[in-house]
Ligand binder design. Structure first.
Ligand code: SAM
Length: 294
């Protein structure tokens, strides 16, 4: 087994910042290692201390907690570094899933690393991977887009930027915005795109629906349950568009260049397949017969 004490920390006698993933709904998903780390830590930094208190009570853990959220993160960093300097073990958790994933913590992790402390992850649940793992969409490569902007204009611009994205896309969304978001996705990505809504994952009302964006938009508009709870939207990437060279462009090149050279230049300009262009160049110059018109 690997030695878990191996580290790139430059202050090996200093404290440790543990970034601890917690369940996204089902408390049974806490890992034994995460539970032990929370019990053994000197301090648990929690996005919402009342929320985390429920998890700690479930685990029978009595470690003191301190609030650490978007609005106080920058102010709290120095105090946490001081505790690490005193040799303490500090565990960072968020309300659900993996800290730093659409959650606070990045300023602290960066500061702790820069100060030479060991920062170690206790990996576990995250809604991104939970949704991706059941969406049935290509998953070898994907992009996480977090929450789309709430304002119509900014959301439309972001989706327009993503219209040609070939990888599967994962979005977080608030339930009260899901119908507007799906409508905007239909407008900018097209209603035929395969997609998935994964809601309330690991909880009692877990629902995973896979359909086209258009069908999901209609479903969310018709079924109030689809507008409740926590949800992730997974959208298939844009289908590959085969580049082509139109006959007019190719003819202009053929006026100045031999077919092989014209095909090479056209392929470089457009990204289309050189062989196919060359074949068409031969047809246009009458060196081989082209397709017969019926
Ligand atoms: N850090 C968390 C993680 O690792 O997934 C995400 C925190 S982000 C503030 C909260 C968003 O995650 C929700 O709005 C929802 O989009 C998604 N989410 C969290 N729990 C979920 C669940 N059980 N089912 C579906 N989506 C969930």
């Amino acid at each position: 087994m690997d030695d878990p004490s191996s580290t790139d920390a430059t202050r090996p006698d200093g404290g440790v910042l543990l970034v601890v993933a917690t369940p996204i709904g089902n408390l049974g998903d806490i890992s034994p290692r995460a539970a032990r780390a929370l019990a053994d830590a000197d301090l648990v930094l929690a996005e919402d201390t009342r929320h985390t208190a429920r998890l700690l009570a479930h685990l029978g853990v009595t470690t003191p907690t301190q609030s650490f959220h978007d609005h106080n993160e920058a102010r709290r960093v120095d105090a946490v570094l001081a505790r690490l300097a005193a040799g303490e073990t500090v565990a960072l958790v968020s309300d659900a899933g993996t800290p730093l994933v659409s959650d606070p913590g990045y300023l602290l992790v960066r500061a702790a690393r820069e100060a030479g402390f060991r920062v170690s992850p206790l990996p576990g649940p995250s809604a991104i991977l939970a949704a991706l793992s059941v969406a049935g969409l290509p998953s070898a490569r994907f992009v996480f887009e977090g929450f789309l902007p709430a304002r119509d204009g900014a959301r439309g611009s972001r989706l327009a930027e993503l219209a040609r994205e070939p990888r599967t896309m994962v979005f977080y969304e608030a339930p009260h915005r899901i119908t507007t978001t799906l409508a905007a996705m239909c407008e900018h990505l097209g209603p035929e795109r395969p997609a998935c809504i994964a809601r309330e994952l690991t909880k009692v009302h877990e629902t995973v629906v896979t359909a086209t964006l258009g069908q999901l938009a209609a479903l969310a508009a018709a079924d109030a349950d689809m507008r409740r709870g926590e949800l992730v939207v997974v959208v298939g990437g844009a289908p590959a568009v085969e580049a082509e060279v139109d006959d007019r462009t190719l003819s202009v090149l053929l006026d100045a260049l031999p077919p092989a050279e014209a095909a090479r230049v056209a392929a470089r300009l457009t990204g289309a397949a050189r062989k196919a262009i060359y074949r068409r160049a031969l047809e246009l110059t009458g060196r081989v017969e082209g397709p017969q018109e019926s």
